[in-house]
Design a protein around this ligand. Structure first.
Ligand SMILES: NC(=O)c1ccc[n+]([C@@H]2O[C@H](COP(=O)([O-])OP(=O)(O)OC[C@H]3O[C@@H](n4cnc5c(N)ncnc54)[C@H](OP(=O)(O)O)[C@@H]3O)[C@@H](O)[C@H]2O)c1
Length: 270
């Protein structure tokens, strides 16, 4: 397993990212956390190793300034955890283009910009890693969360392509696909209030089920431990599930005939 000295985490202010920052600090890693808000880590034994920069990753100037600050202090960065994200829900029929763009802006376009800004630092590390927090929804398209799913599927594609593009620098990119997890993600989901009456009942049923599953999902610490473990692998794969149940689900989804797996998803979230 690799040992890291310096890590950058986007979305370290809450949920999975917050748990990840804790794990990294406990492992003696110096951490920069980029998020719009700052979390209180003052009680942490290694709080001195944490540098929180308030930054909206969708604001390119803000992001560039943050990376300038980091580059002024750091010569390299071992690992970038691109983890910040959120979800929208609603029918395809009634989701405004503006909402779809916002979904992709936070979850995908900004992840790309973060990577672009971080590359000069990563290239100077001995075993650089980029870890993207994707989702099971990136492999299995979830009805009424279509654009969230599509944004996470884009991250999976990004990981697959980057492993070839960045091969000469030995930078490995890993997209990790957690399933349901108990974080503020559920309360922060932006639900489209507009819907067509004919789809309203199934949409409501689907999102309520998803919310219940998330509230009973894995604790963020569990997911964060997996992110950290996959990042430290000497020869990581491009895509990983998190936890036995979701890894089994992802495998079954791949092996079953598409008609059957689509029927199961439709029964669960249709
Ligand atoms: N919870 C789940 O069930 C689940 C399942 C699969 C995948 N995921 C993924 O896991 C990742 C972390 O989510 P979470 O569950 O830990 O939810 P969370 O508690 O809501 O955390 C989201 C993090 O993203 C940051 N963020 C959001 N928009 C940002 C922006 N524009 N600029 C900078 N930071 C931003 C937030 O910080 P600020 O608000 O302070 O900016 C926060 O730290 C997300 O990518 C999510 O899609 C979650």
């Amino acid at each position: 397993m690799l040992k890291f000295k310096k890590a950058i985490v986007t979305g370290g202010s809450s949920g999975i990212g917050h748990a990840l920052v804790n794990i990294l600090l406990n492992a003696g890693v110096e951490v920069v956390s980029l998020a719009r808000s700052r979390a209180d880590f003052s009680g942490h034994l290694h709080a001195d190793n944490l540098w929180q920069i308030s930054c909206d990753i969708c604001d390119e100037a803000n992001l560039e300034a943050a990376f300038q600050e980091i580059s002024d202090k750091w010569d390299y960065c071992d690992v970038l955890f691109s983890n910040a994200g959120f979800g929208i829900s609603g029918t395809v029929a009634s989701t405004e283009k503006e909402q779809i763009i916002k979904q992709f802006d936070v979850n995908f376009f900004s992840a790309v910009t973060v990577i672009q800004n971080c590359l000069p630092l990563l290239r100077k590390a001995p075993h650089p890693r980029i870890v993207l927090t994707s989702s099971v929804a990136g492999e299995i398209s979830i009805p009424y969360q279509t654009f969230y799913s599509a944004s996470k599927a884009s991250l999976n594609f990004l990981a697959l392509a980057l492993n070839t593009e960045l091969k000469s620098d030995e930078i490995k990119t890993i997209a990790v696909m957690p399933g349901d997890c108990q974080t503020q993600f559920t309360e922060r989901r932006e639900k489209n209030p507009e819907t067509w009456a004919c789809y309203a009942r199934s949409e409501e049923r689907s999102i309520s089920k998803m919310e219940e599953d998330e509230r009973n999902g894995y604790p963020p610490e569990f997911v964060a431990r997996s992110l950290y473990r996959y990042a430290r692998k000497e020869r990581p794969k491009a895509l990983y599930g998190v936890g036995f149940t979701y890894r089994f689900l992802l495998l079954a989804y791949k092996l079953l005939p598409l008609r059957l797996s689509s029927w199961v998803v439709s029964k669960m979230y249709g």
